[in-house]
Ligand binder design. Structure first.
Ligand code: ZN
Ligand code: ZN
Length: 595
């Protein structure tokens, strides 16, 4: 028998359990993964009507012998996993040998393949009447899947929205090309080219082809390792965010996975740089000994489990925060940054309309959620590469320090206008003071000895039963933060002492209840996060508000405090604190200088 071994029954059943073709994307995924396993360097996916009429995958891989080609259509045959242990080993991409027979049973399929010695065509309809003939193909494999679900109309109705189907196929192939920059991927739908990568091992070039020039020029390369993991890839500047977590591509040993914990730890490192609900653009390759990975989760979910998740999260957070610290600058007001950002946002919201096919499908809107890709000119890309170098250079002399700023006035009772030798600044008075207060409070709360003060009259706070129970279970955290608290009766908490950092004089009741409410409402309970929230909330309450009148002296004090911050450019909620116009930019705007 050739490369394909008939699997034993146990394994077959195990796989069969997860073997459901829910989406057209699952078919594309199976076929392209087979092509990758066959060591192809070029994979072309052609669709008609988002794949419903035809999915055709052509590759230049090693192909199959006649024997293997026929065997591929029998149930439980696979070249990829020979025993149960292989299931957990993701050195090999696919692990569902049932894919081809399953797809064959619900479509009209044609396999044309050649291993360089003999060419074979296998044709099969609804999984029956297998026909084998000779083909003239020299090397590689072409698989055509026609009229999927033609014999199972019940399943056809699950394919509700062809544009959603297409969007997830596009997303999948995009991620495949990010995972395999050494492979050329071409994707078409109804003869329209949707993606065409070069396959020359340049990951940044693939990012450029998928996300466009603006984002590619704002990507930072990273690598890092610890005893268990090696990570590498690109992460975006905080100003290049998107509203969708699909912009984070996670690749483990060459395979695309989805994992909420990893996404969460990435998003967390961007916290205070990016608004909540926004996501950076990230491509992360994780190399790990397959022993540490368990991929026996539902195959279509693409999720896996890591046995040493904590060390992976630590590594990501360390590498990412170091990179981000180096590149966070004051947002410049002029063309460069703010406009680029607007453009990205606009494109994100933009719904790309596609002409409807003759099939009757309700919706005709697709959000491919990417910028209009600039048609491949290597020249344009070279500019991106140059810009990257520039960015790396500027990043070297960071962390950025703002020189002493002199306030010149306050507009709309909210924005301080200031200057120094570097340029002119507009500062949000609330956001700026909030940042300074936040850093101070956090310092105090994280110090070894938290300063506390007793209340003259102990404070009694009453709560409804459900909230009381939550507090009851979290009293330890309050104690650690410097609150002297105890339960009283069945619904009351008595506070005798409180930390100075979190409570304003004469506002004890208001501030303490606010912190307790925060604790009650904290969903996923993480102590560090709670401390962070408490500090941000308190800072917000303590700071001058927009529309508060302040003098220029007070403004100067706000500016000095801001300058001293470790990360002065955003408030703890991620909004910018300061916008800068360099002198040069002003002169350019007034045409005193030419570019
Ligand atoms: Zn605030
Ligand atoms: Zn804020």
């Amino acid at each position: 028998m050739g490369q394909i071994k008939v699997m034993d029954e146990v394994l077959a059943n195990k796989i069969a359990a997860g073997e459901v073709i829910e989406k057209l994307m699952n078919v594309v995924k199976e076929l392209t993964e087979n092509s990758l396993d066959a060591e192809s360097t070029e994979i072309k996916v052609d669709l008609i009507d988002s794949g419903l009429k035809l999915i055709k995958v052509s590759d230049n891989g090693k192909g199959m012998s006649k024997e293997d080609a026929v065997l591929a259509f029998s149930r439980h045959a696979t070249s990829k996993c020979k025993n149960l242990n292989d299931l957990f080993n993701i050195n090999s991409l696919g692990f569902r040998g049932e894919a081809i027979p399953s797809i064959a049973s619900i479509s009209k399929m044609r396999l044309k393949t050649s291993d360089g010695k003999e060419g074979t065509i296998v044709e099969i309809e609804g999984g029956k009447n297998l026909e084998v003939t000779n083909s003239d193909l020299q090397k590689g494999t072409i698989i055509e899947v026609k009229d999927i679900f033609y014999n199972t109309p019940v399943r056809l109705k699950y394919i509700k929205n062809l544009y959603r189907e297409l969007a997830s196929i596009v997303e999948y192939i995009e991620k495949m090309s990010l995972a395999h920059p050494d492979v050329k991927f071409v994707l078409t739908n109804n003869d329209k080219e949707l993606l065409n990568t070069e396959g020359k091992r340049r990951l940044l070039k693939v990012i450029y082809e998928i996300y466009g020039k603006n984002i590619a020029s704002k990507m930072i390369e990273f690598t890092g390792e610890n005893d268990d993991y090696y990570i590498s890839g690109y992460l975006s500047y905080p100003e290049c965010y998107r509203s969708n977590r699909n912009s984070i591509t996670i690749i483990v040993n060459g395979r695309i996975i989805k994992n909420n914990e990893i996404i969460k730890s990435i998003v967390e490192t961007y916290h205070t740089y990016i608004h909540q609900g926004k996501y950076p653009v990230v491509v992360i390759n994780i190399d790990v000994d397959p022993i540490l990975v368990d991929c026996n989760v539902h195959p279509t979910k693409m999720d896996i489990k890591f046995s040493k998740m904590e060390t992976l999260k630590e590594l990501i957070s360390k590498v990412f925060s170091e990179k981000l610290k180096k590149v966070v600058f004051i947002p410049n007001a002029v063309v460069r940054d703010s406009f680029a950002l607007e453009e990205v946002e606009l494109n994100e919201e933009k719904e790309v309309k596609k002409e409807t096919n003759n099939i009757n499908i309700e919706e005709n809107i697709i959000d491919l959620s990417k910028e209009e890709v600039i048609k491949d000119s290597d020249e344009e890309y070279k500019k991106v590469e140059l810009k990257q170098l520039e960015l790396v250079e500027t990043a070297k002399d960071s962390p950025y320090k703002i020189k002493k700023m002199i306030p010149r006035g306050i507009i709309y009772k909210t924005y301080i206008i200031a200057e120094n030798v570097d340029g002119m600044y507009i500062i949000d008075q609330h956001a700026a003071q909030e940042r300074a207060n936040y850093e101070k409070i956090l310092d105090k709360l994280l110090s070894d000895k938290i300063e506390t003060i007793p209340l003259l009259i102990p404070l009694k706070l009453e709560y409804p039963k459900n909230e009381f129970i939550i507090l009851q279970n979290k009293l330890d955290i309050l104690k650690e933060l410097g609150f002297a608290v105890e339960e009283f009766g069945t619904n009351t908490i008595v506070v005798r002492e409180h930390p100075i950092a979190l409570v304003r004089e004469d506002h004890e009741k208001e501030d303490i209840s606010k912190i307790f409410d925060l604790l009650i409402n904290e969903k996923s309970f993480d102590k560090a996060k709670f401390i962070d929230h408490a500090a941000a909330t308190t800072a917000c309450r303590m700071s001058i508000k927009a529309n508060d009148y302040i003098t220029l002296e007070e403004a100067e004090f706000v500016l000095d405090e801001l300058r001293k911050c470790k990360q002065p450019f955003n408030c703890p909620h991620g909004r910018p604190t300061i916008i800068k116009y360099t002198k040069y930019e002003l002169e350019k705007m007034f045409k005193r200088v030419l570019d």
